[in-house]
Design a protein around this ligand. Structure first.
Ligand code: ZN
Length: 138
């Protein structure tokens, strides 16, 4: 009888251990990382390239996207930036770019901001001592 109990105890311990380790291995949320410097992407400041072959590149900031753009230029089919106000993805041709005192991504000191409409861009520009920036992807 005594040895039987020991087996049951061992069995329970085994179950607990396997449950615990199973939980640990559970899927982590997939983090979006910058294709240029591997930094975690803040969706509000992200830039996306669609290449000719249909693949996508994503970047943490306009600075990183611009660094890669010179290299990928011929392969880039479409550039999408994010409107800082609404968080919506917009085509770079529709965006207004402003360079200001506000840094969006700390590690590379990105100061270039993208906006979906002119009023928002102007507001930011006046408030943060900014100036208009040409579309870096044209
Ligand atoms: Zn980056």
């Amino acid at each position: 009888m005594a040895s039987n109990k020991r087996w049951i105890t061992l069995f329970i311990i085994f179950v607990i251990i396997s449950l615990a380790s199973g939980c640990k291995g559970e899927r982590k949320p997939i983090e979006e990382r910058c294709d240029y410097d591997g930094v975690k992407i803040e969706p509000l400041y992200a830039v996306y390239f669609t290449l000719q072959d249909g693949s996508e590149k994503k970047f943490c900031s306009i600075v990183c996207a611009f660094m890669s753009f010179s290299e990928l230029k011929k392969k880039v089919k479409e550039v999408m930036v994010v409107d800082e106000i609404s968080g919506k993805k917009i085509s770079d041709s529709q965006a207004f770019f402003v360079e200001s005192e506000v840094v969006t991504v700390l590690h590379n000191k990105n100061r270039i901001h993208a906006f979906g409409n002119r009023e928002d861009a102007e507001k930011h520009l006046k408030r943060f001592n900014g100036r208009w920036n040409e579309n870096p992807f044209r």
